[in-house]
Write a protein that binds this ligand. Structure first.
Ligand code: TYD
Ligand code: MG
Length: 454
């Protein structure tokens, strides 16, 4: 039977019957390629008239015990997992090549194995000897982890079925291949089919499966986004190559809070847990300088303080530069527009650089006011007091909106020796936590009071 060609987008996983340069699903360019393998998931044939068997229905009142969990004994990892590893769960760990995924998972494998969980680590990228040497160098040589170096998923699944481990780590999903799919390993159809096999295996056999996925330049797990939909938990391992901080972030978690982070430090002896990230992120901070502001943020359920740095300088170009590291460029443009339209402070003709120190990435709107403060401080060349933290959301009207979990932010700031905070007025009345609070209702007031301009 002649098979009609099928194409799919590597960014969003949409399927098409013909190739095109731009994906109608997500608008990305050059992401569509032909699927040469068998399709998995819902088939294209219609169901016909054959009736299926009935399925079991239950109501919402059915008592459901919380899933049992195995903690790794690494507090930062356990927090991100929502308290430990859930049996039969499928977890995707994504990150740039070289960021430390294999190191993290080798250390986690050793920890779980030491807790008595039977653990198998399959590397498709390194030889067993290489993994073993690394484990020994990290002081994990005695952990009862079983190693294998293979990429043939059929053989791997057979072995996993016989061995029946509690946890299997597959490093990486891009190197795995199935003989039922006739395209190259790492292609969209292979990655999708391999992830499908592994996630259904996890559910069927009660084995927790961790898939390692490399991230593309565009910041997506290489291969289709559908992998993210298939698994229960998606964790991203982030950080800057030049920095030693690494952040494990839960972007999706069926068994715990999303946006939770675990902070690690890459050392010569592997990844070390960072129990007080705020202290670490602020440790490189020197004397207060214009453009530097400490933002009291919340990551997941935990307050994290970090330093924002802005540089504002006359541009030699006709089009001024707007460069952001660790924050959203669109959001920066919005803050600049609000400062200009509501407070009459123009940034035309000025290059603007914004950096979140330490390689941290912030996505909270509550960083708005801290960003505005850093921009103004850089523009006016006037430093904010060193013992002040800033947070609050800015609306397009220039009004300041209260941020969630204010008390937690203030507590953390006080713990780290900060004496005052600039925050939005209103919302839930908050105890001052022994700090001097400078509460503002709009950006114009903030500009006038803090920088004596406006
Ligand atoms: P790796 O875990 O291989 O990255 P990934 O699996 O995400 O590609 O980590 C590679 C980097 O980590 C490598 O550049 C060296 C560094 N590293 C250390 O600094 N200390 C260590 O103890 C280890 C094992 C790696
Ligand atoms: Mg690796």
């Amino acid at each position: 039977m002649a098979k009609s060609p099928s194409f799919s987008c590597s960014a969003c996983g949409s399927s098409f019957t013909k190739w095109s340069g731009r994906c109608d699903g997500c608008g990305e360019w050059n992401t569509i390629s032909e699927d040469t393998g068998l399709s998995v998931g819902p088939g294209s044939k219609s169901l016909g008239s054959k009736r299926g068997a009935g399925i079991t229905l239950s109501d919402l009142r059915t008592e459901e015990a919380p899933p049992p969990r195995t903690p790794a004994g690494m507090a930062e990892l356990d927090r991100v997992l929502g308290g430990g590893l859930v049996p039969a769960s499928a977890i995707l760990v994504g990150g740039d090549p070289g960021i430390g995924k294999s190191t993290l998972l080798l250390q986690a494998a050793a920890q779980f194995a030491r807790q008595g969980l039977k653990t198998i680590y399959v590397s498709g990228e390194e030889a067993s000897a290489q993994v073993r040497m690394r484990a020994q160098r990290l002081g994990l040589g005695d952990a009862p982890v079983q190693l294998a170096a293979d990429t043939n998923l059929r053989n791997i699944l057979t072995t996993l079925e016989t061995e029946a481990p509690g946890l299997a780590i597959i490093d990486s999903i891009q190197t795995m291949w199935l003989d039922t799919v006739d395209s190259a390993p790492g292609s969209v159809s292979q990655v999708r089919a391999a992830a499908h096999e592994l996630t259904t295996f996890a559910k069927r056999k009660g084995v927790s499966v961790v898939l390692v996925g490399h991230v593309t330049k565009e910041g997506q797990i290489a291969g289709p986004r559908v992998v993210e939909h298939m698994v229960d938990t998606v964790l991203y391992f982030e950080g800057e190559r030049g920095h030693q901080f690494r952040i494990l972030r839960a972007v999706k978690n069926r068994f715990g809070p999303a946006e939770e982070i675990g902070v690690f430090e890459m050392t010569g002896a592997g990844l070390a847990e960072v129990t007080n990230p705020s202290a670490l992120f602020l440790s490189e901070r020197g004397t207060p300088s214009p453009g530097s502001v400490v933002f009291a943020g919340i990551e997941g359920t935990r307050p994290v303080l970090c330093e924002l740095q802005a540089l504002v300088a006359p541009t030699p170009h006709s089009q001024p530069r707007r460069t952001v590291v660790g924050w959203d460029g669109g959001r920066l443009a919005m803050i600049l527009a609000v400062l200009e339209a509501r407070c009459g402070i123009p940034f035309a003709g000025l290059d603007v650089y914004l950096n979140v120190a330490g390689g941290m990435k912030i996505s909270e709107p509550a960083a708005d006011l801290a960003v505005a403060a850093a921009l103004l401080s850089a523009r006016e060349d006037s430093a904010l007091p060193a013992d002040t933290v800033v947070f609050g959301e800015i609306s397009l009207s220039g009004a300041l909106r209260p941020a969630p979990q204010t008390e937690n932010r203030l507590k953390e700031a006080q713990k780290l020796g900060f004496a005052s905070a600039i925050a939005p007025k209103g919302g839930k009345a908050y105890g001052s936590q022994g700090m001097a609070l400078n509460l503002m209702s709009d950006l114009t007031g903030f500009v006038g009071e803090v920088f004596g301009a406006g």
